[in-house]
Design a protein around this ligand. Structure first.
Ligand SMILES: Cc1ncc(COP(=O)(O)O)c(C=O)c1O
Length: 429
């Protein structure tokens, strides 16, 4: 059991043993992680808060005006009624059209219509409800989003195994993924493929995607059932020549019965609309009966937890998809703003003067980049940066920190990194 859960249980046994006795097994296992959210909370009043998974300007969030204005356009019927558990039907079609446009290699016949989720985390949990039993193996890169642990390990007792996606020099590598799959012996595996990656901001190139897909194909051909979950939270935020279709497309095109590609995507980051809670789950299957069964099961799962998603948010996303003229240019403007921040970040972090302080992991997309820091404890560094320099970063583990360049104005980026270097040099002494 996680030490945080144990601690909560002990406290409850002292404060109210009767309620401690009432807890279900899941209730006993549950805890609130001391991860990104609590580190973000501690950095809340910093001048440069590079902790959060949003995109911001100095004094406001980065959003699209059309989506902001939409709420005055909606009629009462687009706000107050229930939505069906699977979401507004026309929104599902619009989202599928968007997917097909962005993924020219994807055939509409090879996928289910996207089903609405209460954004991506809900989708992750639905996949776990549907496909993960206690003791099943979940294979993740060592650099992964912390919430996977809460969903898959705490809630579903999956066995999480990790492989490195970076070599000693911080360069992306598929070698360990390929090795891990080549040596994998069990008859079932769940993979989460999250690119652009949180926390490192890396998206594979075409060739790397081809290696990843080939490794999955060989594993499946040796008889392992593969649930290939593609977490596309940061889809579309690409700043270099990378594979810009979804890995879901490449995996769906394998057309293997024992590889089940599942895509989670949504408005959260793609439309700069974190709080709307509009996401989608799609399955890469061709058989019509299979599509029907999967959809019915997901609907049942949704009906039995949130019942249905929020109507105003779904209507808002539907509206902007139906009125793409200005909206698309607003989104592009935001992406361009992030791209400019990315370029500056790249020009700063690889500067030779910082070599004594860190090694950057390859990055080319998304909101974040990560550094392996030399000779200091990331947690100590994090606290010092908050207390002395009013800078918020995330301490990822014993060696790495994450910086959200999505939350630092372009002109402030050199100062932020220079100060991180200064704080490291002070702590190295
Ligand atoms: C990799 C990844 N997946 C999923 C999510 C969750 O997205 P949502 O807010 O839509 O639940 C996040 C959010 O930070 C993320 O970084």
């Amino acid at each position: 059991m996680n030490p945080l859960a144990l601690d909560l249980n002990e406290k409850l046994s002292k404060s109210n043993p009767e309620i401690a006795d009432m807890l279900s097994d899941l209730g006993k296992l549950m805890y609130y992680p001391k991860g990104i959210l609590s580190q973000s909370a501690e950095a809340k009043s910093t001048k440069y808060n590079a902790t959060i998974g949003m995109a911001t300007y100095k004094d406001s969030k980065m959003y699209a005006n059309t989506l902001n204005d939409v709420f005055t356009e909606l009629t009462p019927d687009e706000i107050f009624p229930y939505t069906p558990p699977q979401g507004i039907e026309s929104l599902r079609d619009l989202w599928q059209q968007k997917m097909l446009k962005e993924n020219p290699d994807l055939d509409a016949g090879d996928m289910t219509r996207p089903i609405l989720t209460n954004a991506l985390t809900h989708g992750l949990s639905l996949v776990a409800d549907m496909f993960v039993d206690s003791g099943d193996t979940l294979l993740l890169p060592t650099h992964n989003w912390g919430n996977y642990k809460l969903v898959y390990s705490a809630r579903h007792s999956a066995d999480i195994e990790t492989y490195d996606i970076f070599d000693e020099d911080g360069h992306f590598t598929t070698d360990n993924f390929v090795d891990t799959l080549e040596n994998y012996q069990k008859d079932k595996v769940v993979l989460i493929l999250n690119y652009p990656n949180n926390p490192t901001g890396y998206t594979p190139t075409k060739e790397e995607v081809s290696t990843i897909v080939t490794a999955i194909k060989s594993l499946a051909e040796r008889g392992t059932n593969v649930i290939a979950l593609v977490d596309d939270a940061y889809y579309g935020l690409f700043y270099e020549d990378v594979y810009t279709q979804s890995l879901f497309t490449a995996l769906t095109n394998l057309h293997l019965d024992n590889v089940l590609p599942i895509r989670l995507d949504g408005a959260t980051k793609e439309f700069f609309a974190w709080g709307l809670r509009v996401g989608f789950i799609s399955f890469g299957v061709t058989n019509e009966m299979t599509k029907h069964v999967l959809e019915e099961k997901v609907k049942g799962l949704i009906r039995s937890n949130i019942s249905s998603g929020p109507m105003p948010s779904q209507s808002a996303v539907k509206y902007v998809l139906e009125h793409p003229e200005t909206f698309e240019s607003e989104i592009q403007h935001n992406i361009d703003t992030l791209q400019a921040r990315y370029e500056i970040t790249k020009s700063v972090v690889y500067d030779e003067q910082y070599a004594p302080y860190w090694q950057a992991y390859d990055f080319n997309s998304g909101y974040f980049m990560a550094l392996k820091v030399h000779g200091v404890d990331p947690e100590q560094l994090r606290l010092r940066l908050i207390e002395t320099y009013s800078i918020g970063i995330i301490a990822l583990n014993d060696t790495d920190i994450r910086i959200a360049f999505s939350c630092v104005e372009k002109d402030d980026i050199p100062h932020v990194f220079d100060t991180i270097a200064k704080a490291i040099s002070e702590l190295q002494k």
